[in-house]
Design a binder for this molecule. Structure first.
Ligand code: PLP
Length: 400
């Protein structure tokens, strides 16, 4: 067991000391996002989930429809935002070996009359094909929301992820690249929706000094512990505890509730991310290099294939996803790799219908492909801490 050296499972950016010296630089994080994406409105929120919730509350003011279509395989916080907004979830299964919604399945779900929005999730930082999705949404008069929680900087057909629909949101949570420990950004892509989103956030996001103070302390903790020598204590130790108790949902940090915070984010935490915004492109380039190395190396292992960007697109790959031929092969690989401390992990342990705590609110769809993604994939970190030697050890284990 690799005590005292644990590579984080995703390519989160550590806080750089020198960035903290430029906290008072001109401009703001919201301006950074507006300029980077070329959008009229970007508002910082206390999480990606809160950003999505504010977008849904905005949509409620623009339409009477009540159903939001989500992929079967996504972070369980996403449906919780839908439920908190008093809306209904409809599920659409994915393509067999990608995170994209299956266009034929989506057409069927969109045939219902009540579709408020279709959510495109650029999971693993890989842009999904937006054209069939936007077409299906428009055919039933639904809005398109892009979940870019893992995809800041990705591009589809030459345009940034988060600018292809009506609204989008990003996560600034730990492990998600740029970070304020917990945070997010809500975006209105079109000027005609900007004011509605601004008004919703002004109405619903409250100042909460206690919650914000806690987040500032957690950000300090992140600065101290987000390094391989200490990460084991805050990540692997609790994970092993829950795995020993047989609770994989808690082990992978997927136990959530619908009363997630919605408070305002202080100037200080926004300034930390604003100060590090200039490092974004360089970190994406590094992640892509590591992903490319993994693609070359994993191609030599029989029985698995990687999920990659579509031709002409640019993924940001905070991790690489490999799909095994069978759940049994995945489980065997996981047994060998999980204790190595080299950033191998699982994205989500279940498809949405299989989380006990969501069962009452999620339709019991078969979702065979989402279930297969949960059962047959492993993820390989592209963290800046990962070295070629780490990858060689993983590869050797896999080849065995
Ligand atoms: C795909 C996806 N959507 C939404 C979220 C929610 O973002 P946050 O953790 O910032 O609330 C996450 C976070 O894990 C995510 O991975």
């Amino acid at each position: 067991m690799a005590i005292f050296r644990e590579i984080p499972p995703t390519a989160g950016l550590p806080i750089h000391g020198p960035d903290l010296l430029s906290l008072f630089r001109p401009g703001s994080l919201e301006e950074d996002f507006r300029r980077y994406l070329g959008v009229p409105c970007a508002r910082v929120t206390c999480s990606g989930t809160a950003a999505f919730y504010f977008i849904l509350e905005t949509l409620k003011g623009l339409s009477d429809k009540k159903t939001v279509i989500l992929p079967s395989f996504v972070c369980p916080l996403v449906p919780l935002a839908v439920l908190r907004a008093g809306l209904k979830v409809a599920l659409c299964d994915t393509l067999p070996d990608r995170f994209d919604l299956d266009p034929a399945y989506l057409q069927q779900v969109c045939a219902g009359q009540d579709i408020l929005a279709v959510v495109a999730v650029h999971l693993g930082g890989i842009p999904v094909d937006m054209e069939p999705l936007v077409r299906a949404a428009r055919s039933c008069g639904a809005f398109v929301v892009e979940d870019c929680a893992q995809a800041l900087g990705a591009a589809h057909r030459g345009r940034k992820a988060g600018t292809h629909g009506d609204f989008s949101f990003f996560s600034l949570c730990r492990g998600k690249g740029l970070t304020m420990y917990e945070g997010g950004v809500a975006v209105a892509v079109q000027a005609r929706h900007a004011r509605a989103l601004e008004l919703t956030i002004d109405r619903l996001a409250r100042v909460d000094p206690r919650a914000e103070t806690l987040r500032v302390l957690e950000l300090l903790g992140y600065w101290a512990f987000y390094r391989p020598l200490l990460f084991w204590f805050v990540f692997k130790l609790p994970q092993d505890h829950w795995i020993r108790r047989g609770d994989r949902v808690r082990a992978f940090g997927e136990m959530f509730a619908a009363d997630f915070p919605t408070h305002r984010v202080s100037w200080l935490r926004q300034a930390v991310v604003h100060a590090s915004f200039g490092r974004l492109e360089e970190s994406i380039a590094r992640q892509r290099e590591k992903a490319a190395a993994y693609f070359r190396e994993l191609a030599r292992v029989p029985g698995l294939r990687c999920v990659t960007e579509l031709p002409g697109d640019m993924a940001v790959y905070p991790y690489v996803t490999a799909m095994f031929d069978s759940p049994a092969a995945r489980d065997k690989a996981w047994e060998r790799l999980e204790g190595l401390g080299r950033g191998v992990s699982i994205i989500y342990v279940h498809a949405l219908p299989d989380y006990d705590y969501l069962r009452a609110a999620i339709p019991a769809e078969p979702c065979a492909r989402g279930r297969h993604l949960a059962a047959a994939t492993l993820t390989f970190s592209t963290s800046g801490f990962l070295t070629a030697a780490d990858r060689a050890i993983i590869l050797k284990e896999l080849q065995r």
